[in-house]
Design a protein around this ligand. Structure first.
Ligand code: BGC
Length: 752
């Protein structure tokens, strides 16, 4: 039977039933028609699926824990998230799972969000590209994905009800593009709507999000499922585009759907459409699930360690790294022995990790270990401290394995501050005071304040690197792998510097996104603020030289594109990978409501280079890359004029700046009346000639106004900029009115 025939054969009750889960992880089957049930499971960085036969939804099988989103994002490598996705797809299929609940792409608005460790970035372009890679990988193995949490679910505080209040431009420029890119590039089978409200309407019944954007604007053709328990008004939800309720409300909401159809408040065709969308995917998934699945746990563990290696970010290095054979090294801190490598909540994978100490033993390193501080709490033990400081003094190098305890960072709650446990900060400071070769290795899902950063030799950020963390650390610390991760988010100096410091997490009812588009580096750059480490930053044991940056043309047409080329060379003695980053700056000078951001990431490529090897990298830019979202026309818009294309090693290490002219001619609508300031009329090509001509004719009058010494010419110019036709009539009386009203008509005509 075709899906259409199946839908026609279902009773109203069966159709309503198919729109909600049978239990925590399964959809419903309809045996009489041969409709199978499918199983969904978390996601995103490992398989969390309930053991067969267990009654507890959280009783999960053992599975491979890959690096969490915070870490894989630091790889800046969609090919890597694709490999990880493919491995997860194989594991899912081998374990009888048809849809993996990931990737998670919410924007890191504040470093405090308790779930940032699952998310990719503060930048929507980076998050979207990595998500597309992940989805493509999972789905290449015949398993679906559920990109989540759609949308603007950027905090855990009151996440079930909080209203994210966001202006139109910010929503489109910052909070939607990661989903847009993933949907357009990789067609996820499903999307998971979030718990929260967006501009007053629950995401689970938000027609603007679920239908206008997702389906109509981006072409999504799978089904939307609710986050677990996120349904508010089930009938509204189905009408708005939420197809599957998870985990299912034991029939409560199904009955509401039936009643609404019977009462005529929900068109049965709308319910049919929802069932059709669900069945399209369910049948495809069940069909693909029949193919044999090969899954090699050992190979996947190796892959997890490999991904962790590719994701570690060397934040600072005055020379203590890499460690050298023969050096006397002490590892300090409980995370050397019991690393923190994943976060708490729905993404928590049932597994065990290899620690740095395990790896040191396996690789026969000359390393001793002192616990120094515990892994699970902020507790200072003076004897342990003394042991650690003495061992550090005696050694050639002290490596401190620091991090956030589980209780500091998890799904369900936001952090209250951005600090490591005090005991760790204290011990790092004390060790650094006696040992100049102090290295700090960080195990956190998000930035922490690093008050000791200038006092230690090296800092290696592993984020939450999955079960292969210890092997990756060993290779990176001892120079058997070359660090090539880059920060997918700014590390601020202090919490008080962060863009939404005054508004996060809001008053418990509303989260006001008052910082607008100034999220992450867009904020720190606009304010020219010093940061601890900027977006895109990451060091290496080798060096990279950029040359011959060029554009294929100086001008981009409205329907054209431009190719950017640059050659990168590994100038050092060790093989490594550089992440070439491309930022675009709008230098047109046209006023931008909501403010102009200094630069935005529009491209990146990771390139592996042997010592001395060089390679030419190319990027293609289109008008969309120059655009901002305009709330005036409800669309993307690039003003004609000057742009800069910046190519660099990080957002604050730009190696080449190229000038580009955009020859697009579409002008934004301009409403002109007697209150429009002269400055606005002068800045617009359509009205400027009329004003200029009038000003010339009245040059004498203007001179009189400015020449009496009342105010300096600069102030006079500013005052004129703000002057309106109404003001001029007020000052000039009937004569001015007679001249200015015809001019107003001419201006209005010019912008029609
Ligand atoms: C989380 C989702 C997760 C779901 C199922 C929810 O609480 O927000 O990310 O996929 O539970 O475990």
């Amino acid at each position: 039977m075709t899906v259409q025939e199946l839908v026609a054969s279902l009773t109203l009750e069966e159709k309503a039933g198919l729109c909600s889960g049978a239990d925590f992880w399964h959809t419903k089957a309809v045996e009489r028609l041969g409709i199978p049930a499918i199983k969904v499971s978390d996601g995103p960085h490992g398989l969390r699926t309930q053991k067969e036969g267990s009654a507890n939804p959280n009783d999960s099988i053992e599975a491979v824990c890959f690096p969490a989103g915070c870490a894989t994002a630091a790889s800046f490598d969609p090919a890597l998230t694709r490999r990880m996705g493919a491995a997860l797809g194989r594991e899912a299929r081998a374990s009888g799972v048809q849809i993996l609940l990931g990737p998670a792409v919410n924007i890191k608005r504040s470093p405090l969000c308790g779930r940032n460790f699952e998310y990719y970035s503060e930048d929507p372009y980076l998050a979207g590209e990595l998500a597309a890679g992940f989805i493509d990988g999972v789905q290449s193995e015949g398993v679906g994905t559920s990109i989540k949490h759609f949308a603007a679910n950027d905090q855990e505080t009151r996440r079930l009800s909080c209203n994210s209040r966001i202006d139109e431009r910010t929503l489109h420029e910052i909070y939607l593009p990661a989903f847009e890119t993933a949907v357009k590039k990789a067609q996820p089978w499903t999307v998971m709507c979030s718990y929260n409200r967006v501009n007053g309407t629950y995401a689970s019944e938000n027609e603007f999000l679920l239908t206008d954007m997702l389906r109509n604007a981006w072409g999504f053709d799978g089904f939307v499922m609710s986050d677990w328990g996120a349904v508010n008004d089930r009938v509204k939800g189905v009408a708005a585009g939420l197809e599957l309720e998870m985990p299912g409300s034991g029939g409560v909401n199904d009955r509401k759907l039936v009643a609404a159809v019977q009462a005529g408040t929900l068109d049965e065709a709308v319910l049919d459409r929802a069932v059709t969308r669900i069945l399209n995917i369910v049948l495809r998934a069940a069909d693909l699930a029949r193919q044999p699945a090969v899954f090699d746990r050992t190979a996947d563990h190796r892959l997890a360690a490999e991904l962790a290696k590719q994701s570690g970010v060397l934040l600072r290095n005055l020379g203590a790294l890499p460690l050298r054979k023969g050096q006397k090294v002490v590892y300090i801190g409980a995370y050397a022995d019991r690393p923190r490598y994943q976060g708490g909540g729905s993404s928590h994978v049932n597994t065990a990790a290899v620690s740095a100490m395990d790896a040191a033993v396996m690789n026969d390193r000359r390393v001793t270990y002192v616990e120094g501080f515990p892994a699970d709490r902020d507790q200072r033990d003076e004897e342990e401290f003394l042991r650690a400081v003495t061992a550090a003094e005696d050694a050639d190098v002290a490596v401190i394995f620091a991090g956030l305890p589980d209780s500091f960072e998890s799904e369900g709650g936001d952090r209250k501050h951005m600090r490591l446990p005090d005991c760790q900060n204290n011990l790092i400071a004390r060790v650094a005071a006696v040992q100049k070769n102090t290295v700090v290795v960080l195990h956190t899902g998000a930035p922490v304040e690093c008050p000791w950063a200038d006092d230690v030799s090296s800092v290696l950020c592993m984020y939450l690197a999955g079960e292969g963390v210890g092997e990756a650390e060993d290779a990176l610390l001892w120079g058997e792998a070359n660090p090539c991760g880059r920060l997918p988010e700014t590390w601020p100096l202090r919490l008080e510097d962060t863009p939404c410091y005054l508004d996060f997490p809001g008053d418990g009812v509303t989260a006001d996104y008052r910082e607008g588009v100034y999220v992450g580096y867009r904020w720190y750059d606009a304010r020219k603020m010093p940061v601890r480490w900027p977006f895109g930053h990451g060091l290496s044991y080798t060096g990279y030289v950029y040359r011959d940056a060029a554009l294929s043309a100086d001008t981009m047409a409205a329907d054209g594109s431009v190719t950017v080329r640059v050659t990168v060379k590994n100038s050092g003695a060790m093989a490594g990978a550089e992440v070439v980053q491309l930022y675009v700056t709008d230098a047109t000078g046209t006023p931008v409501p909501g403010g102009r951001v200094p630069q935005a990431l529009r491209g990146f490529q990771k390139v592996f280079l042997e010592p001395g090897e060089e390679q030419e990298i190319t990027f293609t830019l289109t008008p969309r890359d120059l655009s901002r979202y305009s709330a005036e026309i409800h669309d993307w818009y690039a003003a004609p004029g000057k742009y800069e294309v910046r190519i660099g090693h990080s957002s604050r290490d730009i190696r080449a700046t190229l000038k580009l002219h955009y020859a697009g001619s579409a002008a934004l609508p301009l409403a002109v009346d007697e209150t429009t300031p002269l400055g606005v009329l002068l800045a617009d090509e359509r009205t400027a000639p009329i004003i200029r001509a009038a000003m010339q004719a009245n040059a004498k009058a203007a001179e009189n106004g400015g020449g009496d010494g009342l105010m300096p010419p600069e102030a006079m110019a500013q005052m004129l900029d703000g002057l309106t036709i109404r003001n001029m009539i007020n000052f000039g009386g009937p004569e001015a009115e007679a001249n200015l009203l015809p001019m107003l008509d001419a201006l209005k005509k010019a912008v029609e």
